[in-house]
Write a protein that binds this ligand. Structure first.
Ligand code: NDP
Ligand code: MG
Length: 389
Protein backbone atom coordinates (compact mmCIF):
# COMPACT_ATOMS: atom_id res chain seq x y z
CA UNK A 1 0.00 0.00 0.00
CA UNK A 2 1.17 3.54 -0.77
CA UNK A 3 2.48 5.64 2.11
CA UNK A 4 0.53 8.85 2.60
CA UNK A 5 2.92 11.72 3.12
CA UNK A 6 2.77 15.43 4.07
CA UNK A 7 5.69 17.86 3.72
CA UNK A 8 5.45 21.18 5.56
CA UNK A 9 7.93 23.59 3.95
CA UNK A 10 8.49 21.46 0.83
CA UNK A 11 10.31 24.27 -1.02
CA UNK A 12 13.03 24.71 1.63
CA UNK A 13 16.37 22.97 1.99
CA UNK A 14 14.98 20.09 4.13
CA UNK A 15 11.74 20.00 2.15
CA UNK A 16 13.51 19.66 -1.20
CA UNK A 17 15.77 16.90 0.14
CA UNK A 18 12.66 15.02 1.27
CA UNK A 19 11.04 15.52 -2.15
CA UNK A 20 14.17 14.15 -3.85
CA UNK A 21 13.98 10.98 -1.75
CA UNK A 22 10.32 10.28 -2.43
CA UNK A 23 10.68 11.18 -6.12
CA UNK A 24 12.94 8.15 -6.48
CA UNK A 25 10.22 5.92 -5.04
CA UNK A 26 7.16 7.74 -6.39
CA UNK A 27 5.04 4.67 -6.90
CA UNK A 28 5.07 3.96 -3.17
CA UNK A 29 3.92 7.41 -2.06
CA UNK A 30 0.69 9.31 -2.11
CA UNK A 31 1.51 12.97 -1.55
CA UNK A 32 -1.35 14.35 0.51
CA UNK A 33 0.05 17.77 1.37
CA UNK A 34 2.81 20.15 0.29
CA UNK A 35 3.21 23.63 1.75
CA UNK A 36 5.20 26.68 0.66
CA UNK A 37 5.40 30.41 1.06
CA UNK A 38 7.14 32.41 -1.70
CA UNK A 39 8.85 29.95 -4.01
CA UNK A 40 6.45 29.69 -6.95
CA UNK A 41 8.94 28.03 -9.31
CA UNK A 42 9.86 25.20 -6.93
CA UNK A 43 6.31 24.48 -5.75
CA UNK A 44 5.06 24.41 -9.37
CA UNK A 45 7.78 21.88 -10.24
CA UNK A 46 6.83 19.76 -7.23
CA UNK A 47 3.13 19.91 -8.10
CA UNK A 48 3.87 18.74 -11.63
CA UNK A 49 5.79 15.63 -10.66
CA UNK A 50 4.30 14.72 -7.29
CA UNK A 51 0.64 15.53 -8.00
CA UNK A 52 -0.22 16.42 -4.37
CA UNK A 53 -3.84 16.34 -3.23
CA UNK A 54 -3.58 19.54 -1.14
CA UNK A 55 -1.44 22.66 -1.08
CA UNK A 56 -1.12 25.34 1.58
CA UNK A 57 0.50 28.48 0.18
CA UNK A 58 0.90 31.33 2.65
CA UNK A 59 1.87 34.05 0.20
CA UNK A 60 -1.41 35.42 -1.18
CA UNK A 61 -0.09 36.36 -4.63
CA UNK A 62 1.47 32.94 -5.15
CA UNK A 63 -1.69 31.30 -3.80
CA UNK A 64 -3.87 33.07 -6.40
CA UNK A 65 -1.46 32.20 -9.20
CA UNK A 66 -1.49 28.52 -8.27
CA UNK A 67 -5.24 28.48 -7.76
CA UNK A 68 -5.68 29.70 -11.35
CA UNK A 69 -3.23 27.17 -12.73
CA UNK A 70 -4.21 23.97 -10.89
CA UNK A 71 -7.95 23.45 -10.82
CA UNK A 72 -7.89 19.85 -9.61
CA UNK A 73 -5.89 20.38 -6.41
CA UNK A 74 -7.31 21.71 -3.14
CA UNK A 75 -5.32 24.87 -2.55
CA UNK A 76 -5.53 26.83 0.71
CA UNK A 77 -4.09 30.20 1.60
CA UNK A 78 -3.49 29.35 5.23
CA UNK A 79 -3.27 26.41 7.59
CA UNK A 80 -6.46 27.32 9.49
CA UNK A 81 -8.57 26.89 6.36
CA UNK A 82 -6.77 23.67 5.49
CA UNK A 83 -7.14 22.06 8.92
CA UNK A 84 -10.84 22.99 9.08
CA UNK A 85 -11.44 20.84 6.00
CA UNK A 86 -8.85 18.11 6.49
CA UNK A 87 -10.02 14.94 8.22
CA UNK A 88 -7.55 12.27 7.10
CA UNK A 89 -4.60 10.63 8.80
CA UNK A 90 -1.33 10.40 6.85
CA UNK A 91 1.45 7.90 7.54
CA UNK A 92 4.35 10.29 7.63
CA UNK A 93 4.88 14.04 7.95
CA UNK A 94 8.06 16.03 7.76
CA UNK A 95 7.81 19.38 9.51
CA UNK A 96 10.34 21.69 7.84
CA UNK A 97 8.97 25.21 7.80
CA UNK A 98 11.60 27.61 9.08
CA UNK A 99 11.18 29.70 12.23
CA UNK A 100 8.30 29.91 14.67
CA UNK A 101 5.83 30.01 11.75
CA UNK A 102 6.33 26.25 11.77
CA UNK A 103 5.03 25.78 15.32
CA UNK A 104 1.24 25.89 14.93
CA UNK A 105 1.18 23.78 11.73
CA UNK A 106 3.44 21.22 13.43
CA UNK A 107 1.11 20.97 16.42
CA UNK A 108 -1.95 20.76 14.18
CA UNK A 109 -0.57 18.10 11.85
CA UNK A 110 0.22 15.78 14.79
CA UNK A 111 -3.51 14.98 15.00
CA UNK A 112 -3.43 13.90 11.36
CA UNK A 113 -0.26 11.82 11.12
CA UNK A 114 0.97 8.48 12.46
CA UNK A 115 4.62 9.62 12.37
CA UNK A 116 6.01 13.12 12.56
CA UNK A 117 9.63 13.87 11.74
CA UNK A 118 10.36 17.37 13.03
CA UNK A 119 13.20 19.43 11.56
CA UNK A 120 11.77 22.76 12.73
CA UNK A 121 14.01 23.45 15.73
CA UNK A 122 12.09 26.47 16.92
CA UNK A 123 8.98 24.49 17.77
CA UNK A 124 10.95 21.90 19.73
CA UNK A 125 12.90 24.57 21.63
CA UNK A 126 9.95 26.84 22.44
CA UNK A 127 7.11 24.37 22.80
CA UNK A 128 8.32 20.82 23.36
CA UNK A 129 5.81 20.38 26.21
CA UNK A 130 2.95 21.27 23.84
CA UNK A 131 4.29 18.94 21.15
CA UNK A 132 4.73 16.10 23.64
CA UNK A 133 1.15 16.54 24.84
CA UNK A 134 -0.19 16.31 21.26
CA UNK A 135 2.00 13.29 20.49
CA UNK A 136 0.64 11.42 23.50
CA UNK A 137 -2.95 12.46 22.88
CA UNK A 138 -2.89 11.31 19.27
CA UNK A 139 -0.57 8.36 19.65
CA UNK A 140 1.79 9.86 17.07
CA UNK A 141 5.39 8.71 16.82
CA UNK A 142 8.06 11.42 16.87
CA UNK A 143 11.40 11.25 15.06
CA UNK A 144 13.98 14.03 15.26
CA UNK A 145 15.46 15.14 11.91
CA UNK A 146 18.31 17.43 12.89
CA UNK A 147 21.34 15.24 12.16
CA UNK A 148 22.73 15.29 15.72
CA UNK A 149 19.36 14.50 17.29
CA UNK A 150 18.58 11.89 14.71
CA UNK A 151 21.96 10.29 15.54
CA UNK A 152 21.36 10.36 19.31
CA UNK A 153 17.84 8.98 18.80
CA UNK A 154 19.28 6.18 16.63
CA UNK A 155 22.02 5.36 19.16
CA UNK A 156 19.45 5.23 21.96
CA UNK A 157 17.21 2.69 20.20
CA UNK A 158 16.45 -0.19 22.61
CA UNK A 159 18.37 1.58 25.38
CA UNK A 160 17.10 2.99 28.65
CA UNK A 161 17.62 6.74 28.92
CA UNK A 162 18.82 6.15 32.50
CA UNK A 163 21.82 4.27 31.15
CA UNK A 164 23.20 7.35 29.38
CA UNK A 165 26.22 8.85 31.11
CA UNK A 166 27.28 11.40 28.55
CA UNK A 167 26.36 12.67 25.09
CA UNK A 168 28.65 14.54 22.73
CA UNK A 169 27.07 16.76 20.08
CA UNK A 170 29.49 17.65 17.33
CA UNK A 171 29.86 21.02 15.62
CA UNK A 172 31.63 21.58 12.33
CA UNK A 173 32.78 25.04 13.44
CA UNK A 174 31.16 26.66 10.40
CA UNK A 175 32.86 29.01 7.95
CA UNK A 176 34.79 31.03 10.57
CA UNK A 177 36.48 28.22 12.48
CA UNK A 178 39.95 29.20 11.30
CA UNK A 179 39.41 32.95 11.00
CA UNK A 180 40.94 35.55 13.32
CA UNK A 181 38.46 37.33 15.62
CA UNK A 182 39.09 40.72 13.99
CA UNK A 183 38.24 39.34 10.58
CA UNK A 184 35.12 37.55 11.90
CA UNK A 185 33.84 40.80 13.39
CA UNK A 186 33.66 42.30 9.90
CA UNK A 187 32.34 39.20 8.13
CA UNK A 188 29.61 39.85 5.56
CA UNK A 189 26.50 37.69 4.99
CA UNK A 190 28.11 36.27 1.84
CA UNK A 191 30.81 34.57 3.95
CA UNK A 192 28.55 33.72 6.87
CA UNK A 193 26.19 31.66 4.74
CA UNK A 194 29.00 29.76 3.00
CA UNK A 195 29.09 26.66 5.16
CA UNK A 196 32.13 24.42 4.53
CA UNK A 197 30.29 21.08 4.91
CA UNK A 198 26.53 21.51 4.82
CA UNK A 199 24.15 23.05 2.34
CA UNK A 200 21.31 24.64 4.34
CA UNK A 201 18.88 27.57 4.42
CA UNK A 202 20.40 31.06 5.03
CA UNK A 203 19.11 31.49 8.58
CA UNK A 204 20.51 28.22 9.93
CA UNK A 205 23.78 28.83 8.05
CA UNK A 206 24.28 32.12 9.94
CA UNK A 207 23.45 30.29 13.19
CA UNK A 208 26.19 27.80 12.35
CA UNK A 209 28.64 30.64 11.81
CA UNK A 210 27.85 32.20 15.21
CA UNK A 211 27.46 28.74 16.84
CA UNK A 212 23.96 29.68 18.03
CA UNK A 213 22.91 26.59 16.11
CA UNK A 214 24.67 24.46 18.76
CA UNK A 215 23.04 26.43 21.57
CA UNK A 216 19.70 25.61 19.96
CA UNK A 217 20.68 21.99 19.39
CA UNK A 218 21.65 21.52 22.99
CA UNK A 219 18.30 22.89 24.16
CA UNK A 220 16.57 20.66 21.60
CA UNK A 221 18.45 17.61 22.84
CA UNK A 222 17.73 18.42 26.50
CA UNK A 223 14.01 18.58 25.78
CA UNK A 224 13.68 15.65 23.37
CA UNK A 225 15.67 13.20 25.48
CA UNK A 226 14.68 14.71 28.83
CA UNK A 227 18.26 14.86 30.06
CA UNK A 228 20.03 17.49 32.13
CA UNK A 229 22.37 19.98 30.44
CA UNK A 230 25.26 18.52 32.45
CA UNK A 231 25.04 15.27 30.45
CA UNK A 232 25.94 17.06 27.20
CA UNK A 233 29.19 18.24 25.72
CA UNK A 234 29.70 20.10 22.46
CA UNK A 235 32.92 19.39 20.56
CA UNK A 236 34.20 20.85 17.32
CA UNK A 237 34.60 18.14 14.70
CA UNK A 238 35.49 19.89 11.43
CA UNK A 239 34.88 16.86 9.17
CA UNK A 240 31.22 16.53 10.25
CA UNK A 241 31.38 12.77 9.89
CA UNK A 242 30.55 11.85 13.49
CA UNK A 243 27.25 13.45 14.43
CA UNK A 244 26.83 12.22 17.99
CA UNK A 245 28.62 10.13 20.59
CA UNK A 246 26.78 8.44 23.45
CA UNK A 247 28.51 6.90 26.47
CA UNK A 248 26.46 4.35 28.42
CA UNK A 249 26.83 3.13 32.00
CA UNK A 250 27.92 -0.36 30.84
CA UNK A 251 31.24 1.13 29.74
CA UNK A 252 30.34 1.14 26.05
CA UNK A 253 30.44 4.24 23.88
CA UNK A 254 28.69 4.39 20.51
CA UNK A 255 29.19 6.94 17.81
CA UNK A 256 27.32 7.49 14.61
CA UNK A 257 28.89 8.39 11.30
CA UNK A 258 27.05 9.37 8.16
CA UNK A 259 27.66 11.45 5.03
CA UNK A 260 27.48 15.18 5.51
CA UNK A 261 24.08 15.72 4.01
CA UNK A 262 20.56 15.66 5.37
CA UNK A 263 19.54 12.94 2.92
CA UNK A 264 20.68 10.20 5.30
CA UNK A 265 18.74 11.26 8.42
CA UNK A 266 15.64 12.12 6.36
CA UNK A 267 15.82 8.82 4.44
CA UNK A 268 16.09 6.91 7.71
CA UNK A 269 13.15 8.71 9.27
CA UNK A 270 10.99 7.88 6.25
CA UNK A 271 12.18 4.30 5.92
CA UNK A 272 12.71 3.48 9.62
CA UNK A 273 12.94 -0.31 10.03
CA UNK A 274 12.66 -0.96 6.30
CA UNK A 275 15.03 -2.79 3.99
CA UNK A 276 15.21 0.14 1.56
CA UNK A 277 18.76 1.11 0.50
CA UNK A 278 20.37 4.47 -0.11
CA UNK A 279 23.62 5.27 -1.95
CA UNK A 280 26.25 6.72 0.34
CA UNK A 281 29.99 7.32 0.25
CA UNK A 282 32.40 4.45 0.98
CA UNK A 283 34.23 4.60 4.30
CA UNK A 284 37.73 5.82 3.52
CA UNK A 285 40.78 5.25 5.72
CA UNK A 286 41.98 8.78 5.03
CA UNK A 287 38.78 10.09 6.57
CA UNK A 288 38.76 7.67 9.50
CA UNK A 289 42.39 8.49 10.28
CA UNK A 290 41.51 12.11 10.42
CA UNK A 291 38.69 12.26 12.90
CA UNK A 292 39.53 15.40 14.81
CA UNK A 293 37.75 16.72 17.90
CA UNK A 294 38.48 19.86 19.87
CA UNK A 295 36.98 22.18 22.45
CA UNK A 296 35.14 25.32 21.39
CA UNK A 297 37.19 28.51 21.55
CA UNK A 298 34.92 31.00 23.32
CA UNK A 299 36.82 33.93 21.88
CA UNK A 300 35.79 32.89 18.39
CA UNK A 301 32.35 31.65 19.36
CA UNK A 302 31.13 33.82 22.28
CA UNK A 303 27.52 32.91 21.43
CA UNK A 304 27.99 29.54 23.06
CA UNK A 305 27.93 31.35 26.42
CA UNK A 306 24.20 31.96 25.83
CA UNK A 307 23.77 28.39 27.11
CA UNK A 308 24.07 29.63 30.66
CA UNK A 309 20.81 31.54 30.22
CA UNK A 310 18.84 28.39 29.40
CA UNK A 311 16.60 27.26 32.26
CA UNK A 312 16.59 23.64 33.40
CA UNK A 313 12.92 23.17 32.56
CA UNK A 314 11.19 24.42 29.43
CA UNK A 315 10.05 28.03 29.80
CA UNK A 316 8.98 31.05 27.77
CA UNK A 317 12.54 32.35 28.02
CA UNK A 318 13.55 30.08 25.13
CA UNK A 319 11.05 31.98 22.94
CA UNK A 320 12.96 35.13 23.83
CA UNK A 321 16.30 33.58 22.84
CA UNK A 322 14.91 32.20 19.56
CA UNK A 323 13.00 35.34 18.54
CA UNK A 324 15.75 37.78 19.42
CA UNK A 325 18.31 35.72 17.52
CA UNK A 326 15.92 35.36 14.57
CA UNK A 327 15.46 39.11 14.31
CA UNK A 328 19.20 39.73 14.65
CA UNK A 329 20.02 37.23 11.90
CA UNK A 330 17.43 38.95 9.69
CA UNK A 331 18.99 42.35 10.38
CA UNK A 332 22.46 40.94 9.67
CA UNK A 333 21.33 39.40 6.38
CA UNK A 334 19.85 42.79 5.43
CA UNK A 335 23.23 44.33 6.36
CA UNK A 336 21.66 46.49 9.06
CA UNK A 337 23.90 45.16 11.83
CA UNK A 338 27.32 43.55 11.67
CA UNK A 339 28.12 39.92 12.40
CA UNK A 340 29.59 40.49 15.86
CA UNK A 341 26.55 42.51 16.99
CA UNK A 342 24.43 39.37 16.81
CA UNK A 343 25.78 37.97 20.06
CA UNK A 344 26.38 41.37 21.71
CA UNK A 345 22.76 42.51 21.25
CA UNK A 346 21.41 39.06 22.05
CA UNK A 347 23.18 39.14 25.41
CA UNK A 348 21.93 42.66 26.08
CA UNK A 349 18.32 41.65 25.46
CA UNK A 350 18.56 38.46 27.51
CA UNK A 351 19.85 40.49 30.44
CA UNK A 352 16.89 42.88 30.45
CA UNK A 353 15.07 42.76 33.77
CA UNK A 354 11.68 42.66 32.09
CA UNK A 355 12.48 39.22 30.64
CA UNK A 356 13.81 37.49 33.77
CA UNK A 357 10.35 36.31 34.91
CA UNK A 358 9.85 34.28 31.74
CA UNK A 359 12.39 31.73 32.96
CA UNK A 360 9.79 30.61 35.48
CA UNK A 361 6.79 30.48 33.12
CA UNK A 362 5.99 27.24 31.32
CA UNK A 363 4.42 27.81 27.89
CA UNK A 364 0.78 26.78 27.85
CA UNK A 365 -0.36 27.77 24.39
CA UNK A 366 0.96 29.02 21.06
CA UNK A 367 -0.82 32.37 21.30
CA UNK A 368 1.33 33.23 24.29
CA UNK A 369 4.50 32.18 22.43
CA UNK A 370 3.64 34.15 19.28
CA UNK A 371 2.71 37.27 21.26
CA UNK A 372 5.96 37.24 23.21
CA UNK A 373 7.94 36.50 20.06
CA UNK A 374 6.46 39.50 18.27
CA UNK A 375 7.25 41.77 21.21
CA UNK A 376 10.84 40.51 21.48
CA UNK A 377 11.44 40.96 17.75
CA UNK A 378 10.23 44.54 17.90
CA UNK A 379 12.30 45.28 20.99
CA UNK A 380 15.36 43.73 19.33
CA UNK A 381 14.87 45.75 16.18
CA UNK A 382 14.48 49.01 18.08
CA UNK A 383 17.51 48.34 20.23
CA UNK A 384 19.65 47.20 17.29
CA UNK A 385 18.93 50.15 15.09
CA UNK A 386 19.87 52.45 17.98
CA UNK A 387 23.10 50.50 18.69
CA UNK A 388 26.26 51.49 16.83
CA UNK A 389 27.06 49.18 13.90
P1 NDP B 1 14.62 27.04 4.37
O1 NDP B 1 14.71 28.49 4.65
O2 NDP B 1 15.47 26.46 3.31
O3 NDP B 1 13.09 26.64 4.03
C1 NDP B 1 12.02 27.09 4.79
C2 NDP B 1 10.70 26.52 4.30
O4 NDP B 1 9.64 27.08 5.06
C3 NDP B 1 10.37 26.89 2.84
O5 NDP B 1 9.57 25.89 2.28
C4 NDP B 1 9.58 28.19 2.98
O6 NDP B 1 8.74 28.47 1.86
C5 NDP B 1 8.76 27.85 4.22
N1 NDP B 1 8.35 29.03 4.96
C6 NDP B 1 9.14 30.03 5.43
N2 NDP B 1 8.41 30.96 6.08
C7 NDP B 1 7.11 30.52 6.03
C8 NDP B 1 5.89 31.03 6.51
N3 NDP B 1 5.81 32.19 7.18
N4 NDP B 1 4.76 30.33 6.29
C9 NDP B 1 4.80 29.16 5.61
N5 NDP B 1 5.93 28.63 5.11
C10 NDP B 1 7.08 29.29 5.32
O7 NDP B 1 14.86 26.32 5.77
P2 NDP B 1 15.60 24.93 6.08
O8 NDP B 1 15.02 23.86 5.21
O9 NDP B 1 17.05 25.14 6.10
O10 NDP B 1 15.15 24.68 7.58
C11 NDP B 1 13.83 24.33 7.94
C12 NDP B 1 13.81 24.02 9.42
O11 NDP B 1 14.62 22.87 9.66
C13 NDP B 1 14.40 25.12 10.31
O12 NDP B 1 13.70 25.19 11.50
C14 NDP B 1 15.84 24.65 10.55
O13 NDP B 1 16.36 25.13 11.76
C15 NDP B 1 15.65 23.14 10.60
N6 NDP B 1 16.85 22.38 10.22
C16 NDP B 1 17.43 22.56 9.00
C17 NDP B 1 18.57 21.85 8.63
C18 NDP B 1 19.17 22.00 7.27
O14 NDP B 1 20.11 21.26 6.96
N7 NDP B 1 18.72 22.90 6.43
C19 NDP B 1 19.19 20.89 9.58
C20 NDP B 1 18.46 20.75 10.80
C21 NDP B 1 17.34 21.46 11.11
P3 NDP B 1 9.28 29.25 0.52
O15 NDP B 1 10.65 28.70 0.24
O16 NDP B 1 8.27 28.83 -0.52
O17 NDP B 1 9.26 30.70 0.80
MG1 MG C 1 22.21 19.96 13.21
Amino acid sequence: MKKKIAILGSTGSIGKTTVEIIKKDKKNFDVILLTANNNLKEISKQVNYLKPKNLVINNKKIYFKLKKKYKKINIFNNFDHFFKKFNQKVDYTISAISGLSGLQPTLDIIKHTKNVAIANKESIICAWNLIERELKKNNTKFIPVDSEHFSIWYLLKNKKIKSVEEIVITASGGPFLNWKVNKIKKATPRFAIKHPNWSMGKKISVDSATMMNKVFELIEAQRIFNLDKSKFKILIHPQSLVHAIVKFDNGLTKLLIHDTNMKIPIFNTIYDNSSKKINSKKLQIKHLNNLLFKKIDLKIFPSIKILKYVPKKISLFETIIVSCNDELVDLFLKKQINFWSIHVILKKILNLNEFAKYKRITPYNTRQIYKLSEYVRLKTKTLSIRSPK
